[in-house]
Ligand binder design. Sequence first.
Ligand code: ZN
Length: 403
Amino acid sequence: MRMHKIILACVLMVSCLGCSGGANVHTEDQSTINPTWEEEDHSFMAPRFFDLIPTKDGNQCMFVNDVVYLGDPSKSAKMIPYCSKSGCKHDSMECPAYVGPNVLAFSPYHDKWYYIQSNEDQSHIFFVEHDHTTNGRKKLWECSTYEEDRAVHTFNVVPQTIRHERLYFLVQEMIFHPEKNSNSKEYFHMLDLHTGKDTVLKEFDITQYGHSPVAVSDDALYMESVTDIVDLGGGYETYAALEKMDLKTGEVQVVVPAETRMHAHFHPYGRTFNDELVYITDKELHLYNTKTGEDRVVESIDEGRMLYMNLCGNVIYWSMVKEDRNDIHMFKTDCKRGETKEIVSPHTDGAFECSLYSAAGNGIFGKMEDNNGDLKSVWMTCEDYENGRYEKAVFPEGIKQDK
Ligand SMILES: [Zn+2]
């Protein structure tokens, strides 16, 4: 058996994971809408998106360009690498803040960091458990490209959530044969962090678009199944159904049917709040309760299309575009009060000054251009964000420049 160097043709689905910081915060206080990493449920984030995760001591943790930082942008722009070695450049495995190259997704959980990493050509993919206090790194699970009976098997791994000491992830296997048709399979895994036991919860043949994991509750894993991709002329919309997999039996049930025309790619990926998942259709904003199965319409529009939503505690930020026009309108819906208001958005060319990724403390974290026109991670108070006061944005300092 000889290892083949194959560049994965499949687009990395971890890119969909970026906007999630965690889930299931059982509080209605908006100042704690993000869980600390002491919480019991964390979704993975992709390094190309940026997220802030509060730590127990009130700081914010940030993973960007191979390094983990700590700081609080509401107090100071300065972010500090998670490293106390003097003179350290934070660019080698000797540094506890440096996780290394080719990290596809990252999550802090309890006192450790978990991430999925690969070698340069992605022929070898593995999970790492990283103890930053000792800089100890342990490989938890791995897979490699291999050839068997002339068929080459390659892999892509989409991590989802760590919850109650269990890591949930999706493995996609692509099988290429020189004479036969290629085919693909999906495996939903559950890895017990205590015992190291790896369980395949469910296996699917990928016939068309496949699945993406969305969230995990106490008894089920939620995934979206893409049903349709529509060319809208000037852009595509991907529609999906929401499916629920029983963690004990593996039984799969559709909870939001394809006819609903749910937009695929939950934003932020995997976040639930008070056990609720948010999704949009072209005209409606929904909350789906994973405990009760209740699906309610929170807001709807008569004209135009909804584009995007982001659940931040009891608040949902969402946007819509009017028919035949490019101007995007952004709204904030307070689910607790049942109020919706339009947010100031000075741009009318379809671009936002600041792309929102997550909420952190009393602020939001996103990306916007600095004075040189470079796209940078940025923090703003919710109030400044909602009133379009972008000049108040804080560009965290001390982090390695975006690649
Ligand atoms: Zn260092």
